[in-house]
Design a protein around this ligand. Sequence first.
Ligand SMILES: [Cu+2]
Length: 335
Amino acid sequence: MMLLAFRVFLVVLLMLSQNVFAHGGVVEEEDLCVIKVNYLRGHFKIYQPLIDGHQQYCEDLPSATESVFVMEYLHDGLRRAAVDFRIIHDVTGKGRFARWEDVLAIDDLDSATVFYQEPSVEPDVLTVMHDFVEEGDYIGIVTANVDGDAQIYRAVFPFEVGFTGVGYWPLIIVLLIAIQIQYLLMSGRIRRWRQRQQDRNATSSMVPVLLLLSVPVVWADAPAAEAERVWTSESGAYEVSIESSLHPIEINRMHFWVLRIKASGEPVTGATITVEGGMPEHDHGLPTRPRVTAETGPGEYRLEGMRFHMSGAWEVSISIEVAGKTDAVVVALTL
Ligand SMILES: [Cu+2]
């Protein structure tokens, strides 16, 4: 019985992997969702910020709503490539097994297309947003043109919006559990584990759990009049006032910040400033690489390239280096 289950499992896995590996697609790898555009790889996540801001999806989406597709490039080839993104209604009739050949065979690709983003070259992250108007079966197609038109690579990934079916995952999970139980029984692990538990009996103690609670400051939710705000650096040495050129900050709009840095009331000149940021709950970075481009006055720095590509909780860490000493300001904002 177990052997049969294992065989079925292998066959199912093979069927899935044929689709995924042969033509590029989206696969789960160690909790990370990876998109393969032939040999080019990227992390792939989909969010539905209006419904469940934190939840990230790999392929299938629970509801027809605004969806943000984020592809973080892991391969330099993608950073050089012009990448476009198309979403079509699945009119191939192949469902999960639709491949590029099936897409090519569609007579009128334009009328099947629900979303298309023109090719663009992005340094790190490709983000597209689409507001699905209806549930159903869709196919995502990512095309990367590397080094001009010399090489064209594609990832084709069929997905469902609105979970009209359950797919193969429940079957695979059940089989995996069955195989694991069989292994545990055969190897005698459960017996040995039980023995150990009995030996320990009442001497086991509770592991203390330390909960670190942080209270994020909701800058973006502050009244629109408050375009400027003062933050204290981690060591307490600097006061940094931050003025955003865009207030309130809007999703996906490029803007700049003006940082005014003071120590004991005096402007801090000649600082080297580097900026990192991202969404801790989503485990991804900023879609851009913001940089200080100029010191526009004593202790006044212009930080260009700010853009936030989805709503939710963001953190921007501004590190300030003066005379070899580094301090940082962590700005928490909720969009
Ligand atoms: Cu996010």
